[in-house]
Design a binder for this molecule. Structure first.
Ligand code: HEC
Length: 112
């Protein structure tokens, strides 16, 4: 009985810390989206004539690889964004590397 309780407590703790991590990543993603380039990605991307990132990601037409490539290289009117993302205060505070920061942003926009 005692063992069962300890196991259950352990499982609860693991589940809980997983949840905290997921929330933190989503929060970092939101801060990047809202603050990159001082005015956020949304200044351009919430305008209907520009790519609707969240819709594209959810539809599966913008995968994680393409997403990162555009952030690294830019594309047409889209500025290179990696340096900007990496100096975001939330990214610095979380101690994220480039992969983790892009993951957080991609997940915030509805990706997996
Ligand atoms: C100055 C306006 C502007 C800002 C700020 C901006 N974007 Fe863009 N972005 C664009 C435009 C315009 C395109 C379309 C480029 C093209 O297809 O020629 C684009 C394209 C993209 C694409 C490629 C979409 C596709 O379907 O190929 C991604 C991914 C992207 N932006 C992510 C971001 C993220 C993330 C941020 C914030 C860190 C951001 N953008 C900030 C203007 C902007």
């Amino acid at each position: 009985m005692k063992k069962t309780l300890a196991t259950l407590a352990g499982i609860a703790l693991i589940t809980l810390s997983g949840q905290v991590f997921a929330d933190e990543a989503s929060d970092v993603g939101k801060k990047i989206y809202d603050r990159a380039f001082g005015r956020g990605c949304g200044t351009c991307h919430d305008i209907a004539s520009n790519p609707q990132l969240s819709a594209l990601i959810k539809a599966g037409t913008l995968d994680r690889g393409q997403f990162e490539k555009v952030l690294q290289e830019g594309k047409g009117g889209m500025p290179k964004a990696i340096a900007e993302i990496m100096k975001n205060a939330a990214v610095v505070k979380a101690g994220y590397g480039e992969d983790q920061a892009v993951d957080a942003l991609y997940k915030y926009l509805g990706g997996k």
